[in-house]
Design a protein. Sequence first.
Length: 173
Amino acid sequence: MQENRVSFVMPLAGVAGSGLTDNRLVFPGLKPFYAWAQPVAYAVLRVAFGLILVTHGMPKAMGVGHGGAANAFARNVDRLQNQLHVPFAEAFGYAVMSIETVGALMLALGLFTRIVAPMIAIEMAVICVALAPAWVWNTGGMEYALLMGFLALFISMNGGGRYSLDRVIGREL
């Protein structure tokens, strides 16, 4: 006897990485719009993410204040050394600064996306460990870093997308 199964999951047209083609849209006439808009929306998301992240890296690179710190780079190194007890904290500080500046710009451009995005995801995971168990972002919690980490993970799984330099050069990892 064949069992009737009802699925409560509605596949979405053009969702990056879904691989789903059986679309049961409430308004089927929107399918062409979704097919057009999905790669554009993904590019906007990737660019916005990269540009938001670069606003955290530039103060570190320039040695100026960000948030409550007079010197964002010095605060970052201090946290690595005294809170996480990371050896070679200054070297890791430069790595974080590089990821949040050069890496963020590469992500915004969609260049080497599948290499840069996992680096960002790992950085955000380390930040979450450092800030846990505090949660609310505006009081020094991990909420923002966790969201950024999952977004970086999503981007790393989907690559640069249609509107990226990865697509122009024709290569992805």
